[in-house]
Design a protein around this ligand. Structure first.
Ligand code: GLN
Length: 279
């Protein structure tokens, strides 16, 4: 079968399963299997494909048709201006999290910056890439498999980040304080029907769901962060579209000032931040 025909068949298959990005996914996955760029696939649409290649492709298209995320099939996801390796052990970085990165950069942090629950490493690696020697970068995660992926990404991007295995801030050293703490923690309510949709059923549950109401991680972070922050240090946390009021309440209760919430690209409340001034 020819490349062009294989692509059309895959697209139709994905469409019949209700995959909205059928054409894009079909060609991304074929690029992955053949090592040909999307443009090369177009140029070579009349070339015949080996049966082994078609078989391998068919297996991946079948996986995708059941909702398995493209990022896990390809093994990477682009985030901000970096490409990150992702595996089933890491959340797939979302464009929404880029607003957290933008906001953090706009505050021009200097000194020690810490990413809590770094996953594939998205936030801290994007910050370190942009701020260079202006910051000393640290990150932690409770999951060793995720940390291994984060460290691989760090090496591949030739950046310098120190990693800790830690449940929230429990095992993070705090003799030297941090000028900024950033986090995209789990925040989805355990009964949220979205957990059955899109890529979520395939992503690590502990990176998505928090406590009995989705707010546990945000509550813990706002309580633990002040002991780790320098005077006037910042805490920035991503949260659900309907969690801004609760998040602001946690920030207030923990003694933060200049509390504000910013929206994601879809216009939803997504990140709350505050500054901690020592008494
Ligand atoms: N923003 C993701 C989603 O709703 C969840 C990420 C998270 O829980 N931190 O799909």
């Amino acid at each position: 079968m020819k490349i062009g025909e294989v692509l059309v068949q895959a697209r139709e298959c994905l469409r019949s399963y209700g995959i909205e990005s059928a054409m894009l996914d079909a060609s991304l996955i074929l690029s992955h299997v053949t090592n040909l760029s999307k443009t090369q696939l177009l140029i070579h649409e009349d070339d015949e494909l080996d049966i082994e290649v078609i078989d391998a492709y068919a297996r991946l298209i079948e996986k995708r048709s059941k909702g398995y995320p493209v990022a896990y099939i390809l093994g990477y996801k682009d985030f901000y201006d970096i490409r990150l390796k992702v595996t089933e052990k890491t959340l797939i970085p979302r464009p929404d999290t880029e607003v957290l990165v933008e906001k953090a950069l706009s505050l021009n942090p200097k000194g020690r910056v810490l990413d809590v629950g770094t996953g594939s490493g998205a936030i801290i690696l994007a910050l370190k890439k942009h701020l260079g020697d202006q910051i000393e970068a640290f990150a932690c995660d409770i999951d060793m498999d995720a940390l291994n992926v984060a460290e691989e990404n760090c090496v591949a991007l030739n950046l310098d980040v120190t990693y800790f295995e830690s449940d929230f801030l429990n095992c993070v050293p705090n003799e030297k304080k941090y000028s900024m703490i950033v986090s995209n923690p789990p925040y989805i309510h355990p009964n949220d029907p979205h957990l059955r949709e899109s890529s979520l059923p395939f992503e690590p549950r502990k990176a998505l769901v928090s406590g009995y109401d989705g707010l546990e991680a945000i509550s813990i972070l706002t309580r633990e962060a002040p002991a780790f922050l320098e005077n006037n240090g910042y805490l920035l946390i991503e949260h659900g579209y309907n969690q801004a009021i609760a998040a602001q309440r946690f920030f207030k209760a923990a003694g933060f000032n200049f509390i504000q919430t910013i929206k994601d690209y879809g216009g939803n409340d997504r990140v709350t931040l505050g500054r901690y001034t020592k008494k």
